[in-house]
Design a protein around this ligand. Structure first.
Ligand SMILES: [Zn+2]
Length: 62
């Protein structure tokens, strides 16, 4: 159980040790975590536009 698991930071692809101490896992640092969350928020922002489209489709079906 002493072999540390090595993962890759999803943001910068740097090798990170997966351990109890790594509070930003799977990211290497708080910065990479924030960058990823920022990208996630951008993705979420696109959803309202798609919902309008789906609502329009639903009206056609009725
Ligand atoms: Zn990173």
């Amino acid at each position: 159980m002493n072999t540390p698991l090595q993962i890759k930071c999803p943001t910068c692809k740097q090798t990170v040790e997966w351990s109890e101490q790594s509070k930003f896992k799977p990211f290497c640092s708080a910065r990479c975590k924030l960058i990823d969350l920022g990208e996630w928020a951008t993705e979420t922002h696109k959803i309202p536009g798609e919902e309008v489209f789906l609502d329009h489709d639903d009206k056609i079906l009725k």
